[in-house]
Design a binder for this molecule. Structure first.
Ligand code: C5P
Length: 215
């Protein structure tokens, strides 16, 4: 039987990971959070104090680091960094790292390896356009910037992170801009992706819409 693959792309805070996890559970698919992988590399570069222009050092990190993931956690060289990769520092840095072609090539290779021989739902920015251009299903999730910022802000508040709603809005707006304007595999809707605007919709409503298409 052919493997089922679902690509779920969209800007920051559109609800991709929440929705992907639910669909993965319902349909018994492996969930792959590709954003977490870029965050892991960004975290390591920050931790080592490496500058974005120090290409050689970044390449060395890429060739040596070991990323392992399950549905809930991500490990870098054996260390659980699930919480660390969600810090404001990583938020502000990750898109700059994700612009570097070497970084992307390495992450795409890992993503394709994880996805081979499995039924997967993968969320990210370039899944339908680049990582899995032949995915069985492709979705592009959006929402207004106001709603995305409010959702993220509420999540961060619940975790006790000190941040204002304006800071969250600026951060995701900046990230979207960098992700959309980069040269290599930018964020955009694949021509054959189904676009779902999640503004004002409950999680259940969006899940139901996706399930409708998967039938
Ligand atoms: O999905 P998440 O918001 O955690 O992604 C963090 C960042 O990782 C994005 O803003 C983007 O810069 C980068 N990313 C990417 N391609 C992907 C997934 C994430 O460039 N497939």
């Amino acid at each position: 039987m052919k493997n089922i693959s679902i690509a779920l792309d969209g800007p920051a805070g559109a609800g991709k990971s929440t929705i992907a996890k639910i669909i993965a559970n319902i349909k018994n698919l492996t969930y792959i959070d590709t954003g977490a992988m870029y965050r892991a590399i960004a975290f390591k570069i920050l931790e080592r104090g490496i500058h974005i222009e120090e290409e050689k050092k970044i390449q060395e990190i890429l060739s040596r680091c070991k990323i392992d993931m399950d549905e809930n956690d991500i490990f870098l060289d054996g260390k659980n960094i699930t919480e660390d990769i969600r810090s404001p520092k990583v938020n502000n840095f990750v898109s700059h790292i994700a612009k570097i072609p070497h970084v992307r090539m390495k992450m795409v290779e890992l993503q394709r390896n994880i996805a081979s021989n499995k039924h997967v739902i993968m969320d990210g920015r370039d899944i339908g356009t680049y990582v899995m251009p032949n995915a069985t299903y492709k979705f592009y999730l959006t929402a207004s910037i106001e709603e995305r910022a409010t959702r993220r802000f509420t999540e961060l508040k619940e975790k006790g992170i000190e941040i204002t709603q304006k800071e969250v809005k600026d951060e995701i707006g900046n990230r979207d801009k960098i992700d959309m304007e980069r040269e290599f595999a930018p964020l955009r809707k694949a021509e054959d992706a189904i676009e779902i605007d999640t503004t004002g919709k409950s999680i259940q409503k969006v899940v139901d819409e996706i399930l409708y298409y998967l039938k």
